[in-house]
Design a protein around this ligand. Sequence first.
Ligand SMILES: [Cu+2]
Length: 259
Amino acid sequence: MNDRTLSDPEVVRVEKGGRVLLRVINAAAATVFWLDSGEVPGRLVAVDGQPVQPLPGTRFGLAMGQRLDIELDLPAEGGAWPILALREGAHERTGLILATAGANVPVILGMADEAAPAFDIDLAQEAALRAVAPLTERVADASPMVMLSGQMQPYRWTINARVFEDRAPVTAISGQRVEIMFHNMSMMGHPMHLHGHHFQVVAINGRRFSGALRDTVYVPPMSMVTVALDAGEAAEWMLHCHHMPHLASGMMTTFAVSA
Ligand SMILES: [Cu+2]
């Protein structure tokens, strides 16, 4: 976390009873993390820079490319509080320490006793998010499906059965309302990222709701996530999985917006 490991973590000086805004970026190439504030109560207040209705909790996950803003309310007494990032499905962890002046800073091991669980297989976290400023209700002009597939042997990940060089772009006219349904037919999760736009998550496995506004949505294995957006500036915008080996082997296309 911030280029440090738990053997020599960053220690951030905080005030007793203070409020901290953690702005977390998952900049890893292929690792999903849980951000765990331990004893300190938190609230998720934004995803990918877009405000959500505050969601209380002490553990929130983020896939590659995603960002979380988490507010923390520190205890009134002095102390030191580890903020940990747990690797999904594994024992490895990293983190930093929030500490008041003079507090004893604990030593935290880089390996946890128990493996952290898998992230959002049932989309419970995504389903709990609500945009503060949702898109206006509008009938979609187009509702393309984007099928996510892949295999390990040979290593090849695709969008609508095509790699990037052979892509069939998702098309729209600037200003159109488009609802893209990501349909994951593979056994791995894919954080799907669109450049140049924020979209709103409007359905999970066919169930409509008014979810978060964001630019990267995690699509677990064998799941369907629908996002709505108003097509922006005329350009060819990248649309891709944010798992770098998936992207590099083909899981990338474009959202081609014309004037
Ligand atoms: Cu992927």
